[in-house]
Design a protein around this ligand. Structure first.
Ligand SMILES: [Fe+2]
Length: 247
């Protein structure tokens, strides 16, 4: 069994195209998508057309949920740009997505954690705004019954590529973000998450005789063109992250 894992495309169709080309070049037939697909000051409509043309197992992210739950007038600016670009069928597709699912018998997929689509699973934000890796006990405390029975557990949301082995021997994998390499947030305290490269991140997971092999890909693409899309929406913060991978 070999499959690719993508997450947090965030409306970046240019990055998604580069990731798709890399996946196709490697003849990888199976892909799991961990959500937060459209939200961002970029190109949600092209992203929707690219993703919906491929019938991949997908879970809904928090920003996907905001696009179908919130009144447009109350949406955050990144969600609102995406919402205004999307057609009714794109929003219907979001409504059809489950929050979590198990695929290929023993691969569990969620956006952030099994119970909460906004919670960081493999990182912790400290009171002084620094980020640390979550401990094994903190990670295992988030498991639910279904996730605890999987051999591969997939999460996204924090945009940081990472793999951890749990006590059971299962692997918890975050493929990083395909479309948004750096962002800041105000909750629980102001902090920055950044991969340090503008490249598009995703992961390839393959079952081998001795265990599961995980490869993290960092794919170059025309990130300055994506930054220009953000600048055209007045989002210099997004543009800086897309240009550099650092904020
Ligand atoms: Fe998210």
């Amino acid at each position: 069994m070999r499959f690719a894992v993508i997450a947090d495309v965030h409306g970046n169709a240019l990055a998604l195209k580069a990731v798709l080309a890399d996946i196709d070049h490697r003849a990888i037939a199976h892909v799991v998508n961990l959500g937060d697909v459209f939200s961002g000051p970029l190109d949600a409509r092209s992203t929707a057309e690219l993703l919906m043309s491929r019938d991949w197992p997908t879970v809904r992210g928090n920003h996907d949920r905001y696009l179908i739950e919130q009144n447009p007038a109350d949406m955050g600016p990144s969600d609102r740009v995406a919402y205004d670009q999307l057609r009714p069928e794109h929003l219907d597709w979001l409504r059809s997505l489950p929050a979590t699912r198990t695929v290929y018998d023993d691969v569990y997929a969620c956006h952030a954690t099994p119970r909460d689509d906004t919670r960081y699973w493999m990182e912790r934000v400290m009171a002084d705004s620094t980020i640390r890796q979550a401990t094994l006990a903190e990670i295992e405390a988030e498991l639910d019954h279904e996730a605890a029975h999987a051999n591969i557990i997939l999460c996204g949301h924090t945009h940081i590529p990472r793999v951890a082995r749990l006590s059971s021997g299962a692997l918890l994998i975050n493929p990083g973000s395909a479309g948004c390499p750096a962002y800041d947030d105000t909750e629980p305290v102001p902090h920055i998450m950044q991969t340090g490269t503008p490249n598009a991140s995703y992961a390839i997971v393959e079952k081998q005789e001795v265990g599961w092999d995980v490869s993290f890909r960092s794919v170059p693409y025309d990130h300055n063109a994506a930054a220009s899309q953000a600048r055209a929406q007045g989002r210099d913060d997004w543009a800086r992250g897309l240009e550099n991978g650092w904020l």
